[in-house]
Design a protein around this ligand. Structure first.
Ligand code: WTA
Length: 635
């Protein structure tokens, strides 16, 4: 589907200074790209050699059962060996791993040594609760230091974590617990957001009631408000961490390179959550390489990835890759505008942040408050800026570049997905930029833009974005559903063996890539990924709605907002009161980000003769555009 009126600024160039190019970890993109393409296996082996392994791999890539690719087979490792264990044997044990700031002003700063100890202690706690290698642990927390500790402790003992974003509600959490069959859940009493408490533990109680596989809940005290603690099931984190069992000595589990590291649920084309599976070996190689090269991490940097650990961006680039590189990170708990719209700029100034990585929706949200807020602060420590989550509109890009980056900081616009594990299309600091283009593929990655037959489209034309070969941090499968993995990503271009990204993109005359947006039933709302089906089944579960169709409508601030069309069940009349009730229901069933901006009651939905809802028609109608080809419409 072609996005009408998309005319990117393809000849607006921004070139990096000589200084930036000279000091970059990779000063010559072309040379490295060509080296990688000429022999990907040697290229990735060289990258893997920069990390520690208990035992070296026999084979870099095993492609004997495509598309179930395996990387570094025979290799023994654990991502924690590289993220922590190796650092505490060097001077780096004294380095700050992260500085955390709570929304209410609380501060924690943790050295690699201390983080290693906390992870060791908590890994022993988990073991004492019977968690073994291979057991899935669900984590549902706010943005607190303990979420990093919890994730690493799981990885250390070989228990795949499933982190559920704290903005999801009880049903979404219950579904994910059920799918992963987690016995143990780690949470917080609450989280601070915009000066208010998000009652995480209440949501957990309801979710566990709906998915009773959980028998143990570990609760971190963050907000200190009154909560229900169920005896024999619920334990305070701080109580467990002060028991003798929580020793600072803990063996890191020796893992096969292909053993699961985590499951992260993301939205697909059906309502059922899709557990994207990543493994220890390839993921550590790919995420650390991409962070080092695209964001040029140096020892004296202060890296701030402002995402949430509950999304892939946080997994890869708050938790794992920065620690593997031995970097110092900033983690901030709360809202960018609390108590005032300069909260972020204050953090940049206070901590001397050198690299800031965030989403277009956040940039647009801050831009709205004008230049005076950032101008009040010394942002001169910044040297690189980053963007992720959706296409960045050129206006926001220029503002970010000028007002935040003082026209000196390259903007690293990274295109990737939960499934890809790490950046796939991104500039390196030495690459020329155009506002709104993620530029070129990362070295080792071959992408193309193709028509329905899988043949490349001409420059300037829209097509499906595909990835042509395997890469180390690629999705291994959909947890417990190989069939869905094949259908979703590999079926469409089976003959060619291409991975289908689900995005429409275009390539310009200079070979620069412009990602236009999703072309399937996935919505991007404020950079968060949601499935139309999740919202639709949420609406139907209210009981008053027989059928619904949900679409994304472009929005200046959020990228997209949700419009929902609902057919009420017989005997129910659509009303304003019902709209409010449905919104409230979605807030509880799916989460606040899924609440539709508009709900309209209709008595029919446009469908194809085979019964598929034509969301394209609804969207064109809502936007006052021509309805296009209606030949498949049922009536
Ligand atoms: C979109 C987030 C344009 C895209 C890391 C993709 C982007 C989906 C960009 C994956 C970007 C992400 N430019 N679009 N720089 N980054 N996207 O799984 O539609 O939450 O398919 O991963 O986000 O979303 P996910």
């Amino acid at each position: 589907m072609s996005e009408q009126g998309f005319s990117p600024p393809t000849s607006e160039w921004y070139h990096p200074s000589e200084e930036v190019v000279k000091n970059a970890n990779v000063p010559d993109y072309e040379a490295v790209y060509n080296e990688a393409v000429s022999d990907p296996e040697i290229f990735w082996a060289k990258r893997a050699e920069t990390l520690d392994w208990y035992q070296k791999w026999d084979k870099v890539l095993d492609d004997s059962n495509k598309p179930f690719y395996k990387w570094f087979t025979g290799g023994k490792t654990n991502i924690v060996l590289n993220a922590l264990d190796r650092h505490i044997k060097t001077w780096r044990k004294n380095k700050i791993a992260f500085i955390w700031e709570g929304e209410n002003g609380d501060k924690v700063s943790m050295s690699y040594w201390r983080l290693w100890q906390e992870v060791n202690k908590f890994s022993n706690v988990l073991r004492s609760m019977g968690v073994k290698k291979g057991d899935r642990v669900t984590i549902y927390m706010g943005r607190v230091p303990e979420i990093v500790i919890a994730m690493l402790a799981c990885a250390k003992i070989g228990a795949p974590h499933s982190v559920v974003y704290g903005g999801f509600s009880e049903q979404a959490l219950a579904d994910r617990i059920e799918d992963a069959q987690s016995r143990v859940l780690i949470t917080c009493d609450g989280a601070w957001l915009r000066g208010k408490i998000v009652k995480l533990k209440d949501t957990v109680d309801e979710a566990v009631h709906r998915s009773p596989v959980v028998d143990t809940v570990i609760v971190v005290k963050r907000t200190g408000h009154e909560i229900n603690m169920e005896q024999g099931r619920d334990y305070w984190y701080h109580d467990l961490m002060s028991l003798p069992i929580a020793s600072v000595r803990s063996e890191t589990e020796v893992m096969d390179a292909e053993d699961p590291l985590f499951i992260l649920y993301t939205s697909g084309t059906t309502g059922k959550p899709k557990g994207v599976l990543h493994t220890h070996g390839g993921y550590q190689v790919y995420t650390s390489t991409t962070l080092s090269w695209a964001f040029d991490i140096k020892d004296d940097d202060r890296w701030w990835c402002a995402a949430d650990p509950g999304w892939i961006t946080g997994h890869s680039y708050i938790v794992y890759a920065p620690l593997i590189l031995g970097a110092t990170s900033i983690i901030y708990e709360g809202a960018p505008t609390y108590p005032y719209p300069d909260r972020w700029w204050r953090i940049v100034e206070n901590y001397g942040v050198t690299i800031l990585y965030t989403a277009p929706t956040a940039i647009r949200g801050l831009m709205r408050f004008g230049d005076a807020w950032p101008n009040r602060h010394d942002l001169s420590s910044l040297r690189l800026l980053g963007s992720v989550g959706e296409p960045i509109n050129p206006e926001a890009w220029r503002w970010y570049h000028k007002v935040i980056g003082n026209e000196e900081c390259p903007i690293i616009d990274t295109w990737w997905q939960t499934e890809t594990g790490g950046f796939m299309i991104t500039p390196l600091p030495s690459v020329g930029l155009k506002p709104g283009s993620a530029t070129r593929p990362f070295p080792g990655i071959e992408v193309d833009i193709v028509d329905e037959k899988g043949d490349p489209v001409a420059a300037g034309e829209d097509g499906d974005l595909v990835i042509k070969g395997p890469w180390p941090s690629m999705i291994r499968t959909v947890y417990g559903d190989d069939e869905r993995f094949l259908r979703q990503y590999w079926e469409k271009y089976k003959d060619k063996g291409y991975y289908l990204a689900g995005d429409t993109a275009r390539r310009d005359e200079d070979g620069y890539l412009w990602v236009i947006g999703r072309n399937d039933d996935v919505l991007k709302v404020s950079g968060y990924r949601l499935g139309t089906a999740e919202v639709e089944s949420g609406l139907v579960s209210h009981g008053t709605i027989a059928e619904s169709a949900v679409i994304g409508i472009p929005d200046d601030l959020k990228g997209n907002v949700i419009y929902a069309y609902c057919i009420p069940v017989a005997g129910v009349e659509g009303s304003d009161a019902l709209v409010d009730e449905l919104k409230d229901h979605i807030r509880h069933e799916v989460g606040p980000i899924a609440v539709p901006a508009k709900i309209e009651f209709v008595d029919k939905l446009p469908k194809t003769r085979s019964g598929k809802i034509m969301r394209r028609v609804l969207k064109a109608q809502a936007m006052g555009q021509p309805l296009g080809d209606l030949s498949t419409l049922e009536d």
